[in-house]
Design a protein around this ligand. Structure first.
Ligand code: HEM
Length: 305
């Protein structure tokens, strides 16, 4: 079977002759609105501003790991399916191995026992498996949504993460963003588009693919919203314990710009709670609190007498 690896040199396909009924055009147009929504989720906006703490970033990497594990499992299952075979580019695109290395970097050698599915990730993964097993043509929509997106915004996100999290310039922890087998993302995207357009699909199927791509965006948005919610409530214990042995940022949740921004936005009540807990955790804090509490009790007794 022909795989992408043997033909990638034929990158130079042009998109001058594209027609609105070509799948690449239908997908681009049909997901424009939801793409904008994804770009404007709080989590993505915070990420782009560098407002992300390592703990949350790590959870994002875990979500990606499960997503790509499922996606690439289903791609392998369907690599000879005529509606997917022309898009089979394991050497160029597949992210599972890179993500496993990123997770090992963040969580250490025992990473497998330290990660688990979040609810939103589970929903995304279940949909990918369902599609791969019951309606493989729709797998094209999931591959498009992730790989074309990664090839588009990946380099910007890599730089933002590297700077915000003070990750090594050598790229450890960010291998997901590095497509070793792709020298020109722009040219590769053109090739991928032309391969999508060569699939023999009727209009009805193309429309189903657009609807599935919109669904894939929604599933991504759910993961972002979930991460945003987690970011608002990362307890100090998790943040402290979870910081990697490589962690350049130390384990203090208060150093997380994302967390600080959220606390300011929430009016700081949760922050006060965190502060009280932090004081109580410290022996000097306990003595001070006991003294303050005794004085308050004395005052109350005097007042009630
Ligand atoms: C950080 C926010 C994002 C920014 C700034 C961004 C930016 C871009 C840009 C500039 C392109 C056009 C690339 C080109 O013309 O070749 C693009 C394409 C794309 N993005 Fe995003 N994106 C973001 C988030 C996402 C997300 C969250 C997804 C899905 C999970 C996604 C999926 C895609 C896809 C599938 C394409 C290809 C569109 C096409 O050519 O048909 N993007 N993105």
């Amino acid at each position: 079977m022909e795989t992408g690896a043997s033909t990638v040199s034929g990158y130079e396909e042009k998109d001058e002759d594209l027609r609105p009924e070509d799948l690449s055009e239908m997908l681009g147009a049909g997901t424009r609105e939801i793409h904008e929504k994804a770009e404007n989720t709080q989590f993505v906006k915070d990420f782009l501003r560098g407002n992300i703490c390592k703990e949350l970033f790590k959870l994002g990497v875990v979500a990606l790991y499960y997503t790509y594990t499922a996606l690439e499992e289903e791609i392998e299952r369907n690599k000879e399916h005529p509606n997917f075979a022309p898009l089979y580019f394991p050497a160029e695109l597949h992210r599972h191995e890179a993500l496993a290395r990123d997770i090992e970097f963040f969580y250490g050698p025992e990473w497998k026992s330290q990660i688990s599915y979040s609810e939103a990730t589970k929903q995304y993964v279940e949909r990918i498996h369902q599609v791969g097993q019951e309606d493989p043509v729709l797998l094209v929509a999931h591959a498009y949504t992730r790989y074309m997106g990664d090839l588009s915004g990946g380099q910007v996100l890599k730089k933002v993460a590297q700077r915000a999290l003070k990750l090594p310039p050598t790229g450890e922890g960010l291998e997901f963003y590095h497509f070793e087998g792709i020298h020109s993302p722009k040219a590769f995207k053109q090739l991928y588009r032309s391969r999508m357009n060569e699939l023999e699909l009727d209009v009805e199927t193309k429309k189903r693919l657009v609807a599935e791509a919109v669904k894939a965006f929604h599933l991504n948005i759910k993961v972002f919203e979930e991460l945003d919610d987690i970011g608002k409530n990362i307890p100090r214990e998790v943040s402290d314990a979870g910081m990697s042995h490589h962690g350049a940022m130390g384990g203090d949740i208060n150093k997380c710009p994302y967390y600080a921004a959220k606390m300011a936005a929430s009016g700081g009540t949760a922050y006060v709670g965190q502060l009280v807990l932090a004081v109580l955790r410290h022996p000097t804090g306990q003595v001070l609190f006991a003294t303050w509490f005794a004085a308050l009790a004395g005052l109350a007794a005097w007042y009630l007498m």
